[in-house]
Design a protein around this ligand. Sequence first.
Ligand code: DMJ
Length: 673
Amino acid sequence: MYSAAAAAASPPRRDFISITLSPEDAVGAGGYNNSKAWRRRSCWRKWKQLSRLQRSVILFLFAFLAVCGVISYTSMGEPWKSVTNKSLDDQRTEPEIPGLKLANPAVLPAPQKADANLGNYPELSPQKPPKPPHVRRGPSNLQIKPSRRDVRLKTRHDSSRVVEEVVQADKEEKTEKSVISWRGAVIEPDQSTEPPSIKIKEPEKPSSVEAEDQKEPVPINERQMAVIEAFRHAWKGYKDFAWGHDELKPLSKSYSEWFGLGLTLIDALDTMWILGLKEEFEEARKWVANNLVFDKNVDVNLFESTIRILGGLLSTYHLSGDSLFLEKAKDIGNRLMPAFKTPSKIPYSDVNIGRGTAHPPRWTSDSTVAEVTSIQLEFRELSRLTGDEKFQKAVDEVMKHVHTLSGKNDGLVPMFINTNSGQFTHLGVYTLGARADSYYEYLLKQWIQGGKKENELLEDYMRAIEGVKKHLLQRSQPKKLTFVGELAHGHFSAKMDHLVCFLPGTLALGAHNGLTADHMKLAEALIETCYQMYAQVETGLSPEIVHFNLHAQKGHKDVEIKPADRHNLLRPETVESLFYMYRFTGDKKYQDWGWEILQNFNKYTRVPTGGYTSINNVQNPSNPEPRDKMESFFLGETLKYMFLLFSDDVDLINLDKYVFNTEAHPLPIWAPA
Ligand code: DMJ
């Protein structure tokens, strides 16, 4: 016992710890004694001799060391854990948008969260090097079995002669199969998540890949082979003379720049995927990974870069499952956002994607109505994929605003809108052609994309089609072709742009989605007219604009062409509508019409050294006057729609699962019916 007297007698204690092991302690007086009992007794004695402070400090030290030991054990374990889980994580395809659940095992890659750094675009975030691994994810069954595309090609091999290059591609495909899952035409959209801002029920399950795989594969037919051959010829010109530039100039064997962003290459990515051109796709993908940089001091047109670049990247991401394309899509999407910083929130036409500034054209503060209302499919999809609602919010606001505007004529919109006041300008002129066309197309397509719930969009679309019927439809002479003219301050003009030929396809798509059968009737009449715009012309190719005869005159056809309008830019609209019409009716005449058009493109616009060219004069077969330019949409749209038109496989971009943007880039329908 420790007493005060003993304390006074004993030397003052110091508050430090000294642990001395005397030989006595180690070896007892009686020599070495290592019995358990002796050791226990000796330790206990030693412990009792320590002061209370010394004992506490020793206990504390032991406790401290034990805690350190536990912590360092767990942190050393982490890297091991992540190493062992990595391969599993690579294959996982769960959605990362909080609160959203996959309705079925994902076929396409999971939507990814927006990179937090990208929010500060474009001033702060330099372009990152292309980091994401080149991984194509897909269901395991597709990785080990030959794809439907493989089988189609094989069937074709067995039955008849095949274009040589396709065989070559097929061989190469087989050698690389162990590395990459080339999904070809077996394409299931990722529809299993919904936009963050729209609350709807659990999305329905898209048809499973397994079920689709059991179907007989549809072999590629000769007409599709011819499209592949045409694409390869066009691509050869682009690769040889314009690689990485915006457009090929096939005659001068050079290129032209518009934005300096490899426009043709990006526009063509998903076409290559759909046509099964793997080798070309891989090469283009490398260019995107290593050379596509958006951090550039360049002005781009908001609409054109949205439909071609953003749309092209998003659809390629969906088809290939390669996250590189989503990263690039996020990058360009963020860089385009400054366009919406206007007093009215109606976006400016031009954005400098390097500086983060936007402005209207030099001569006006107006934007084009079709442009500001035809960027929605792409920005909405970007929000769905990133979980960042700012993209969708910006474009939805434009649609809501336009919905309320006065100045429409039975649903028909003027061509311009002011970015300051938010009001339509240049009132009184109504067209379904340039500057208004895709407004109507995107009303319907957004409604379909969003699962047919956004009633204002449908309302505006239905009203507009009634407006077309009331104000713009007429019949020509002598063939009584139904056409869509224009209205300028109450005066009807029998002028129709080739651009208007998107309309039969859009009407048919609406009818397929449950809208009135009238729309299909009108579509049938209008596609006949669009075909006649080719058939009645000397080269069998349509001019940019035609004027229809309203009165029968001896020796006159329905179609008249003015000298300034007789060029052909290799535009897609008629082929696009032929594709929809064939899909929905199965009437082979639409394929035959498309076949004629392809042959005429080959006859009058094909450049022997590679590429196709727009021409100046569709009325002169002996000299169509090549213009020396291949527009990016020839590969992005015209040849893609040709290929789809000639296909009898309704699952090759199933129209109940995908909606095409106005540049022919398929995007998933969020909640398919
Ligand atoms: C393409 O860029 C798009 O189809 C757009 O909607 C209209 N113009 C061209 C094709 O003609």
